[in-house]
Design a protein around this ligand. Structure first.
Ligand SMILES: Cc1cc2nc3c(=O)[nH]c(=O)nc-3n(C[C@H](O)[C@H](O)[C@H](O)COP(=O)(O)OP(=O)(O)OC[C@H]3O[C@@H](n4cnc5c(N)ncnc54)[C@H](O)[C@@H]3O)c2cc1C
Length: 227
């Protein structure tokens, strides 16, 4: 899996604090954007995060290039309705030279399962190519492609959505591949807005596990901001 942060709102913490301060200031956002001190920004962000005034977090967004993941992952990812997506099309991209697949470690580590997996993927690709050669359009030939099919997707999320995404998908209950992606995305955004993302991650980073009976029982270490 390759995850790259393509770009993000410049100075995201200043942008968010500016939007929040505007609600109570007699001057405009452009003035505030220039004049807020770092200490003031920190205070405003603390208020926002403690009070839940989180619409202000929507003013900074991040765009990621995600390659080398499975369609099983992207099917889960695109359920996050407040993000924006564009994904490599299986209608317009023909995998005539072959298609990479993602093999889960649980299968790769089991020689019998691994062999069966490789053999099935080989058959799938043969059938797919035979369909293309027979004139079946790629949009129909793709019906034989598996969840394991490698894909590429570009994703944009604002900070409010990112925090929500990290809560759900950094959690040990999330499926391993999307969890791996979520932690990689968190590692990329954290340095850009260290105060806001200080306690980002699964719910257990901020308090009791929200998963109830489904808890994994092994919470992540609590954020220093919350302890
Ligand atoms: C561990 C795990 C297991 C899962 N298992 C399944 C499963 O078995 N089957 C399945 O179908 N899905 C499953 N999902 C997906 C899950 O149900 C959600 O679709 C997915 O996590 C997106 O979450 P969301 O709707 O909160 O987020 P987003 O779509 O990113 O939305 C963010 C927030 O915006 C608000 N919002 C967005 N849209 C609306 C709306 N239309 N109305 C009101 N408020 C809205 C909500 O507060 C929402 O939490 C699973 C997810 C996880 C993390």
């Amino acid at each position: 899996m390759q995850v790259e942060l393509l770009y993000h709102t410049p100075d995201p913490e200043r942008a968010v604090a500016t939007a929040a301060r505007l609600c109570y200031a007699p001057v405009g956002a452009a003035d505030l954007m220039e004049s807020l001190s770092d200490e003031r920004i920190r205070k405003v962000l603390t208020t926002i995060l403690e009070s839940g005034h989180t619409s202000t977090l929507e003013h900074a967004s991040y765009t990621f290039a995600i390659d080398g993941v499975s369609r099983a992952l992207t099917h889960q990812l695109v359920r996050h309705r407040l993000a924006s997506f564009n994904q490599q099309s299986q209608r317009y991209v023909r995998y005539a030279e072959g298609l990479d697949v993602i093999k889960p470690e649980s299968i790769a580590a089991n020689p019998e399962a691994s062999e069966a997996f490789d053999s099935l993927m080989g058959q799938v690709m043969e059938t797919y190519k035979a369909f293309l050669d027979a004139g079946v359009p790629a949009e129909d030939a793709r019906y034989v492609l598996p969840n394991a099919a490698e894909t590429k997707i570009v994703v944009t999320m604002n900070i409010r959505e990112l925090l929500h995404f990290f809560s759900l998908r950094c959690c040990n209950r999330a499926q391993w591949e999307i969890r791996d992606l979520a932690w990689k995305m968190l590692d990329l955004v954290r340095p850009t807005a260290p105060f806001i993302f200080a306690d980002a991650g699964p719910g257990c980073v901020r308090g009791a596990c929200p998963e109830g009976k489904m808890t994994c029982g092994t919470p992540y270490p609590r954020s220093t901001r919350c302890s």
